[in-house]
Design a protein around this ligand. Sequence first.
Ligand code: AMP
Length: 418
Amino acid sequence: MIQLIRGFKDILPGEVELWQKIEKTAVELLEDFGFKEIRIPIMERTELFARSIGEDTDIVEKEMYTFPDRKGDLLTLRPEATASIVRSYIQHKLYAQDPVRKFYTIGPMFRRERPQKGRYRQFYQINAEIFGVDSALADAQLIFILATLFARLSVTDVQSHINSLGCPACRPNFKQSLNQFLSGVKDRLCADCNRRQIRNPLRVLDCKVPACKEAIEGVPSILDSLCPECHRQFEILKNALERLDVPYIVDKRLVRGLDYYSRATFEIKTGLLGAQDAVAGGGRYDGLVKTLGGPDLPATGFAIGFDRLAELIADSKVDNARQLDIFVASLGEKSRALAFEWSCAFGLAGIQVEMDMSNRSLKSQMKRANKFAAKHTLIVGENELEQGAVILRNMATKDQVSIPIENLVENVKAKLAV
Ligand code: AMP
């Protein structure tokens, strides 16, 4: 038997209702805040991700599904959505009329990480991006939306962690003091960190290896090296969150795994998911639009880990599956043909319907109606048909009424409304 690819998964009926609920709640909220949906492809030229996410990152170094297509073009299944949204913003000049644009997108991402609970090779994200706003108020709005979404979904054990990564003016100073510090603990760092320390020391702060985490315990804080404008923007962010009653934790080691971030960076963490504790992450990426060939416009955004969010809520059962309105049972060839036509007409009229298409006894058809928890069963029998009628049985009260087949859909609708 052919099995799923490792790290990939099916989302089955029973579980999918929760996914629908999360998606609906998120979409409603994002649209209320002026975000428009954008749909982007799941595959792009490899170069797009290499240039935006950064060559020294785990994603680009070891996790991308990259392959040459039949003409030899190097393509990659998207490991994240921001790069594609930026590409689209630039390619279609979506900034032309008004550089301030807000987009969201929902879909699968692909990273060849070691699979474990909360970490998959195909996983889903809900992404939101704000282009053209350089104020930290946009960052605050994103964090507020995340906090609101979690509250609406009754997820309570989550904390917002925030940090600033500075800007090209002040980050070099920090990198220098960071490098000095890292040289002192060099022997305790993993091979990746030792290699990255020279080219991109910030990456070391993000290393997941426990020994590295321990070695950098006393690392200097980037917040002490911020230039006046970065400092001011970080204060704006904190003040806005306080006014919105969103509690936050300043986390000096929060740098996140992608290169393109600047200034505000944030992560929503939970104590309920074990090692994979980040349910959402994001931040400002002011340089990315320009880096990818567009105008010099600022941007900020977030990505929610859909799978992890669903796992957080999974225990509180969601039951938004609709109950079947009608089960159509029939006896004999002729009745079945009519039952089939009528069941199609019911579906068309918005009445949720099932029928038995095989040649089963009435008893076993009634059993199926019960299994579906149908509210009513319509019994199409040859004798009744000769009288121009069918029987509608209320499955709860067991009452049966005869219904004329003329205008059957209307007649049944009227009965269902009672
Ligand atoms: P990132 O794009 O790495 O900032 O990730 C944003 C969010 O996506 C994280 O906070 C996770 O919730 C989720 N995420 C990232 N990688 C995975 C993965 N391999 N499996 C499941 N969720 C993931």
